[in-house]
Structure formats: C-alpha cells, structure tokens
Design a protein around this ligand. Structure first.
Ligand code: ADP
Ligand code: MG
Length: 273
C-alpha cells in the first residue's frame, strides 16, 4: 500500500532514527514533598530500517512505553531527537502522525460506540472512504477471529482481548507505515495471541510496514522480531538479532535476558478470553 507522504521519501531513509534521546518525569517525594526527576528513558540511540520488525523486551517500568510514546510524538524528549522516515518529530509532528500508528493496551476508544463505529471514525479522520473502510474493517476483524456480530456491540461490552483486536484493526486500516505496538498480545488467550502474531507477520509481508513491538513474551519476540533490544532502567542493555544475542549471552532468550538483567521477566497479567 502506498502512502502519499512516503512517495517522496527515498527508500533508503530509515523508518526510524533516534539519537541520544532521554526523558524524565517528575515525581513528588511523599516525605520531603520535593519534586524529583524519575528517569524513564536514558540516552537511547537506534536506527530501524524500513521493513524491519524490532522487538523491545524489558521488565515492567524499564521505559518501553515511554520510548514508544516518544516515537509516536505523544511525548517530546528532554534531550536528543527522533526522526520518522527522515522527518523530525518535533518539527513535523503532524506529518509524522500520519505515518505512524500506535496500539497500546490502554487503547483510546469511544467505549459506548461499537467496533464498527470506532473504526469508521478513525478512518474518517484519515480520509479513507467509509464504505471501503467498513469492508476492510470486517475483513480484518474476521481474519483476527472477532465474530461479525461483535462489531455491532458497544466496545465496553467486549473483553479486553476483543478490544485489543479492534485496536489492531484500527491501526491496520489507516495505512500502518510505521506501527508501534505496545504489548499488543498481553492479556490475550493463546489462540488470539497466535492470530495477532500471524497477522503482524502478514502485515509486514503485504504492506510496506515497519514495526516496533514491546512485549513481555520471549517466544513472541523470537517468533516475530528481526532484532531485539533488551531494555532495563531506561537503557538498551543489548540490541541484535535473536541469533546474535544467543551467541553472545546464552543458549535461549531466557538465558540472554537473565544474563543481562539478572532477573526473570515479570509475571503476565491474567489472561481474559
Ligand atoms: P514500561 O512500559 O517498560 O513498563 P514505562 O515507560 O511505562 O515502562 O515507565 C518507565 C518509568 O517512568 C517508570 O518508573 C514509570 O513509573 C515512569 N513513568 C512513566 N510514565 C510516567 C508519567 N506520566 N508520570 C510519571 N512517571 C511516569
Ligand atoms: Mg508499558
């Protein structure tokens, strides 16, 4: 699928470049009542070539979502810069927003509206003609295993897993040139998880898509990702192909993670059907 903004971009320009980005939040100390900085992302540099699936694997609180939000123009870095297809996110925020799609666990939806209405709204914003969008939406949700009758029900009546599928469908509908997936399969049952993973691979193969995906799931990272960054305390401890990481740090990805972080990955949030 061609994207109007991408026609002018040289295909050798990376999908994403981050140069020495840092971001801190401020938190109030309960005792002293003083504000203190909480570093979330510290001096990360990274280049993601077009067509790559990059995984970010790290424990809770390691800064994965903050990094994704910096890439998505939802947060501005304190230091450093981010470019998407060569466009600086601070100078070309609107252009960048049309080239990316973010799916996160706390997907923002109109919960009283149905899946179909939410998708129509999203695609309306992006200028896709509505009939075409509806047909595409149904097709995508069907491929994701969401029954057609669920399209007509207010989102608040769907399970978290089903809402997640709608969020992914929405991202796929709007020409996902750079897809930022923040734990897209967390909370899904194993079958839905496989379906979503399969779909991510399919999107990369059929669209000109580049994908950055945060995950808790090592098997998922290994199955989907060309390269994996292991993140801890706001930094990348390592970045490489699964094979490179295993050659250097251990026999399995679990071993690699343990060798670099010194603790296993956290428990999953409970699965919901
Ligand atoms: P992850 O997605 O890996 O779990 P996050 O990026 O959500 O990590 O969080 C990284 C750190 O930044 C944590 O210490 C978290 O508490 C803090 N943090 C994230 N967002 C905010 C915010 N809006 N305000 C204050 N602190 C935040
Ligand atoms: Mg997170």
């Amino acid at each position: 699928m061609n994207h109007p903004y991408l026609e002018a971009v040289d295909s050798s320009v990376p999908a994403l470049t981050a140069s020495h980005i840092s971001k801190s939040f401020r938190e109030r100390d309960e005792d002293t009542r003083q504000w203190r900085p909480v570093p979330a992302v510290s001096d990360i540099s990274l280049t993601v070539p077009r067509g790559e699936i990059l995984g970010i694997l790290g424990p809770n609180g390691s800064g994965k979502s903050t990094l994704i939000r910096l890439m998505a123009t939802l947060l501005m870095p304190d230091e450093g810069s981010v470019s998407v297809f060569g466009y600086d996110v601070q100078q070309h925020r609107l252009k960048v927003r049309r080239l990316i799609n973010r799916v996160s666990v706390e997907a923002s939806f109109f919960k009283k509206l149905t899946a179909e209405e939410n998708l129509a709204y999203a695609t309306g914003l992006y200028g896709v003609p509505n009939r075409q969008a509806q047909v595409q939406a149904r097709d995508i949700l069907h491929r994701l295993g969401l029954p057609a009758r669920k399209l007509k029900v207010p989102l608040e009546q769907l399970s978290r897993g089903q809402q997640q599928k709608v969020a992914i469908a929405r991202a796929l509908l709007t020409s996902p040139t750079l897809m930022l997936l923040d734990e897209p399969t967390t909370g899904l049952d194993p079958k839905s998880r496989r379906e979503v993973q399969q779909f991510v691979l399919e999107v990369r193969a059929t669209h000109d898509a580049t994908i950055v995906i945060c995950t808790h799931d090592m098997a998922e990272a290994e199955r989907l990702c060309d390269r994996i960054a292991i993140m801890s305390r706001g930094r990348f401890e390592a970045l490489g192909t699964p094979r490179e990481l295993k050659n250097q740090y251990g026999r399995t990805l679990e071993d690699v993670f343990f060798a670099l972080i010194g603790e296993p990955l956290d428990e999953e949030v409970p699965v919901e059907s």
